[in-house]
Write a protein that binds this ligand. Structure first.
Ligand SMILES: Cc1cc2nc3c(=O)[nH]c(=O)nc-3n(C[C@H](O)[C@H](O)[C@H](O)COP(=O)(O)OP(=O)(O)OC[C@H]3O[C@@H](n4cnc5c(N)ncnc54)[C@H](O)[C@@H]3O)c2cc1C
Length: 395
C-alpha cells in the first residue's frame, strides 16, 4: 500500500514512476480473494471513519460510494461503578491529546513506557479489559496486549468516540488496484529489488533478474527487515529496522448451503490464544464463514494441513455447520501480518529518525506511522511529498 500511494502521489505531480513489486500480487497485505459469488478480504479489511488519508484516496479514485459500514455486534457491558475508571482514562487521553495523534508517532515517544496489558492492569476494570480491550486488540488487530505499546490504546481512546469500521464492497484490494491504474508496474520475482545504491546524482537499483535500473530517487516500501538488507543498513538504522516485529495470522473461509436461521453477521471467539475472530454471513443461498487465528495459534497449524486445521477450528466455533457440505473455501497464512508496535517502538523510532535515509532514497511503510493501511498510506504520501519538496525530482 505505502509504495503505491507514494508512486501515485509522484505520478499525479507529473513525475515518471516505475513500481517494482517482488510478488505476483499487487497490494502487499491488502489481498481480496474471490469465493463463490462474494469476495473475502484475506488481509486488511476495515477502513475506519477516522482514516483521513485512506478515505481521501478512496474518494479521489471514485470508490467512496462502495464503503459499507460494519454493523456493531456487541455492546460494552459498562456499569455505573466503572465510570470513575473510564473518566480517569479519558482524562489521561485528554491531557495527552497533542501527543496522541496517530499520524505523528514521534510525539508519542514519551508515553511509550509500558505495554497495553500493564496499562490496563492499572487503569481499566478487568471486566472491560475482557469485553473491550482484548477483542479490539487481540481479535481485531491480531496482537497480544502484553507486547504492544500502551500508546496504541491511548491513541485509540482519542479516536474511538463515534468511530465506525467500514469494508469496501468488492474487496479492499480494489484500492491498491485503483492506485496502480495507469502506472508502469513491473511485478513478479524477477522484479525483486536486491539493493539500492547511490551513484552520483542517481539511485542504482539492482534486481533479482540480474537487471539494473537507474532513477533520480527511490521510495523503499518493503517490510523493515527487507529494507535493512536492500540498503545494507548498519548501526542504529539496522538495529531499528531488524527490531520491528509482526504477528502471524492464518485466515480461512468457507461457504456452506444456507438456511433461513443463518441470517446476519455474527462474531464469535474461542478461548484466548486459540482463535481470533470468526464471522458468518449469508450471501444469496450460501453461508460464508471466515476465521482468523493469530499469534502462536497461527503457528500451531504449521506442519499439518493448514486448511483442514482451520476448517476444524471453524466447526468448533459453529457446531451447527457440522455435517454440511463445504461448497467453496480457501486459506491464507501471513507469517508477518500486523506490525506489532511493541513497547518501545515509538521511542526507538524517535531515536533513529535522524538516521533514516533522507536524500534520494526514502523509506515508506506502516512501521513508520501506525500499524494500519492508514499508517501505510500516510507514510507513502510523506515520502513522496518530501521528495517533491526537496526538488531532487524535477518534472
Ligand atoms: C490479516 C490482516 C488483517 C489486517 N487488517 C487490517 C484492517 O482491517 N485495517 C487496517 O487498517 N489494516 C489492517 N491490516 C494491516 C495493513 O494490511 C498493513 O498495515 C498495510 O497493508 C501495510 O502496508 P505496507 O505498505 O507498509 O506493507 P506491505 O503491504 O506489506 O507492502 C510491502 C510490499 O513490498 C513488497 N516487497 C517486499 N520486498 C520486496 C523487494 N525486495 N522488492 C520489491 N518488492 C518487495 C511486498 O511484496 C509487498 O507488496 C491487516 C493486515 C493483515 C495481514
Amino acid at each position: 500500500m505505502s509504495g503505491l500511494v507514494a508512486a501515485r502521489t509522484l505520478a499525479d505531480a507529473g513525475r515518471e514512476v516505475v513500481v517494482l513489486e517482488a510478488s505476483d500480487h499487487l497490494g502487499g497485505r491488502v489481498l481480496s480473494i474471490p469465493c463463490g459469488a462474494t469476495v473475502i478480504d484475506a488481509g486488511a479489511s476495515h477502513v475506519w471513519s477516522f482514516y483521513r488519508s485512506t478515505r481521501r484516496w478512496l474518494g479521489r479514485l471514485g470508490l467512496s460510494a462502495d464503503l459499507v459500514p460494519v454493523a456493531a455486534t456487541q455492546r460494552l457491558p459498562i456499569r455505573l461503578g466503572d465510570l470513575p475508571a473510564i473518566l480517569r482514562a479519558m482524562g489521561e487521553v485528554g491531557l495527552n491529546w497533542w501527543r496522541l495523534d496517530p499520524a505523528r508517532p514521534l510525539r508519542a515517544a514519551p508515553l511509550d513506557n509500558r505495554s497495553i496489558a500493564e496499562y490496563a492492569a492499572r487503569r481499566v476494570p478487568p471486566r472491560l479489559v475482557e469485553a473491550a480491550l482484548r477483542p479490539a486488540f487481540e481479535w481485531n488487530a491480531f496482537c497480544e496486549l502484553e507486547e504492544m505499546s500502551q500508546v496504541l490504546v491511548l491513541q485509540a481512546g482519542r479516536l474511538v468516540l463515534g468511530a465506525r469500521p467500514h469494508t469496501l464492497r468488492g474487496g479492499l484490494h480494489r484500492l491498491p488496484l485503483a492506485l496502480a491504474q495507469g502506472l508502469d508496474v513491473r511485478r513478479g520475482p524477477a522484479h525483486q529489488v536486491l539493493s539500492l545504491e547511490l551513484a552520483g546524482d542517481r539511485v542504482r537499483v539492482r534486481l533479482k533478474s540480474g537487471g539494473e535500473l537507474e532513477a533520480g530517487a527511490a521510495v523503499l516500501a518493503t517490510l523493515p527487515s527487507q529494507a535493512a538488507a536492500i540498503l545494507h543498513a548498519t548501526g542504529s538504522l539496522e538495529q531499528f529496522l531488524l527490531g520491528v516485529r509482526h504477528s502471524a495470522v492464518a485466515r480461512g473461509w468457507w461457504q456452506f448451503p444456507a438456511r433461513d436461521a443463518d441470517q446476519g453477521l455474527r462474531l464469535v471467539s474461542s478461548p484466548r490464544g486459540r482463535a481470533a475472530l470468526a464471522s458468518s454471513r449469508v450471501v444469496g443461498d450460501r453461508r460464508v464463514v471466515s476465521l482468523a487465528i493469530y499469534g502462536p495459534a497461527a503457528a500451531a497449524g504449521e506442519g499439518e494441513d493448514r486448511e483442514s486445521w482451520l476448517l476444524a477450528r471453524t466447526l468448533d466455533m459453529f457446531p451447527d455447520l457440522l455435517g454440511r457440505p463445504v461448497l467453496e473455501g480457501g486459506a491464507h497464512l501471513w507469517s508477518r501480518a500486523v506490525t506489532t508496535f511493541e513497547t518501545g517502538h515509538f521511542r526507538r523510532l524517535a531515536q533513529v529518525v535522524h538516521a533514516l535515509p533522507s536524500g534520494r532514497v526514502r523509506l515508506a511503510g506502516d512501521y513508520l506511522v501506525s500499524p494500519t493501511i492508514e499508517g501505510a498510506a500516510l507514510s507513502g504520501e510523506r515520502a513522496a511529498a518530501e521528495l517533491l519538496r526537496s526538488s531532487i525530482l524535477e518534472p
